[in-house]
Each structure stands twice: as structure tokens, then as C-alpha cells.
Write a protein that binds this ligand. Sequence first.
Ligand SMILES: Cc1ncc(COP(=O)(O)O)c(C=O)c1O
Length: 361
Amino acid sequence: MIDLRSDTITIPTAEMIEAMSRAELGDDFFRDDPTVLDFEAQVADLLGTEAAMLVISGTMGNIVSAMALAPRGTSIIVEASAHIHINESGWPSTIAGLTPRPIQGTAGMISVPALTEAIAAGQSRLSTPPSLLCLENTHNAAGGRVMASSDLAALADIAHSNGLKVHLDGARIFNAAVALGRPVTEFARHVDTITFCLCKGLSCPLGAVVAGSSEIIQRARRWRQVLGGGMRQAGVIAAAGRIALRSMIARLEEDHQNAKLMATRLRDAGLDVDPCVVDTNIVFVTLPSNNFDPTFLQAELSKNGVRISPPKAGRMRLVTHRQISQADALSSCDLIVRACEMAVGRQPSSEKNHVGGEAVY
Ligand SMILES: Cc1ncc(COP(=O)(O)O)c(C=O)c1O
């Protein structure tokens, strides 16, 4: 199968499995798992922060960051299609006591005037005062778009000068850093907390990291415990994480090149996709809105060995990763073009017929 559903499907490398099986372990609750301590120190060093903490998932990283930074009963400003807002099951309200204040962005980016306006609107006695700005880089729903560190800094400066804290959902921050050819410290230094995922393009089996000042990470560690996210011999995760830091970051460039190649080939074959907006490893293809059956498209591709997530809101998402070679990228394009041609002229069938779970974007 050529699996283009997500970069989360990557399985750990042989080197990771070997490192996991040989990891020196202890009990992380007592802070004596040497592999976790070493990994967290390496992350802090790489990001230029005082401290870092291993968590189970990117979602948990976002939750504990927000809870460490934002008092209950306040609001968080997010871009309207941010993962935190649309794909994390509503934790701001259900768990953290925070009201989301979404702002419609362009290519996943909030504009400076829109942020200024949202902060001002939140000062009314009738509204929920904003205490936190959450940014996302790369931006998943915008198609892996990258936010330059200067743009991030401009937004963070406005937030900070108005008394707000700033969290960066950097699930794919290394994709952004590699795409821009900049060190990841350039993003981390403008925010109070940053999370990144180990189990997306970096190929670990699970895990994510939260980084920030020692004081904030201490608070986040308490919230991790509250959520039931405390871990014991977590060195097995950290061991894979150390390999990821060492050997999985630079190769992301390959995924970006394959994504660009796919977008170009699909565009040249007449599909509605713009290679110029493919910054990293995510490609969105806009599907015809009439006389086209996206469910058939997905099923036809599946029959021919290509897995995609169910198309959503008229778009098909294709994600490149370590398990997609250049040859896979090219051959899947030919199959996609053929399946799209076959899906034309068919009335959309029920979404219940989608192959596999729901769309994740
Ligand atoms: C931008 C972004 N943030 C956060 C997450 C959540 O990560 P996890 O699935 O590890 O909870 C994802 C997952 O796809 C994501 O794309």
C-alpha cells in the first residue's frame, strides 16, 4: 500500500526499535529515568529553552501548555482552522475552562490587525478576556503552510505587549524549520511554550514534547499528572525520540520534495492543485463540486493500493513521509489521476461508504 493518509502512519525505524529495547530505564515519576532526562535536556538544548517535558501526544502537549499559561475563565485566540480548534475534541472548554476565540486566517495565518481587534474586543466587560494566543506551524488544515519566524514574532509581540501568553502548536515545527532552512530556536524564542510531535514525520511510535521556561514546564508537569499523563519507564519512548532528533529531521526535505513533485504532476495532469502553496509535506487537491463522487475516488484508490483519508469539504489531502519514496509519489499520481477521471460523472455516494475512519484535517 502507498499510504498517503498522514505522516502519523510511519513506523519506527530498526535503529529506534533497537534503541528502545536497550534503553536505560528508571521511574519518570521520581525523575530518575536517565533516558527521559537526557532526551528532555537534548530537546531543551535544540529549542533553546530552559526545560522540556515528554508527553504522550501532541494534543496532550497543547492541553498542558494552555493550562500552564491560561487561567480558567479566560479565552484563547486561535486561527479558525487550527488543529486545536477543530481537531482536538473541544478540550479548551471541556477540560481547560477556556473559551476559544477563533480568527479566520489566510493560509493559516492570523493577520496583525485581526489579532489586535480580537484582543481589543476581549476587553469588554461582556466578553471573556483573552489570556493566550495559540499559533500553529506548520499549519495542518492550510496544507502544511509555513509561518516565517518574523511573522510569528510580530504576532507574539502584539500578544505579549497586551499581557497575553503565546503557545506554538509546532506538531510539525521541524518541517517548518527545514523548509525555511532556519534553526528551530528562531520559532521557540518568541513563544512561552512550544510543542512538537515525535510520531509524525519524525517516525517515532508515539510521543510529543512541550518546551518552555523551567517554571512553566513545572506547571505543565502538574497538569500532565492531572490528566493521567504521568509516566514511569518512559525511557522506551525517549530512546526513539533521541534517534528522531539525530537522524529524522534533515530527511524531512525529501518529503517536501516528493510533495512538491506530486502537486506539480497532478496539476500538469489537469487537477486543481497549486504546487506554489506546497511548502512542506501536505498537498491539498480541490475536487470538482458537481458530478463527482469522492467516496468512489477513495474506494477506487484503495482497490489499487493507494490509501487516502476520506476527502472532506471538497478537498483530498495527500501527505508524504518516510515511507513514501519518489517512485511511490510518482506512481500514486498516475493512479490518482485515473481514479479522479473515473469519479467524474458519478453522483456523490453516502459518506457512510468511506473506506476507513474519518478525515483528520
Ligand atoms: C497541527 C497539529 N497539532 C496537534 C496534533 C495532535 O497530535 P496528536 O495526534 O499526537 O495528539 C496534530 C495531529 O495531527 C496536528 O496536525
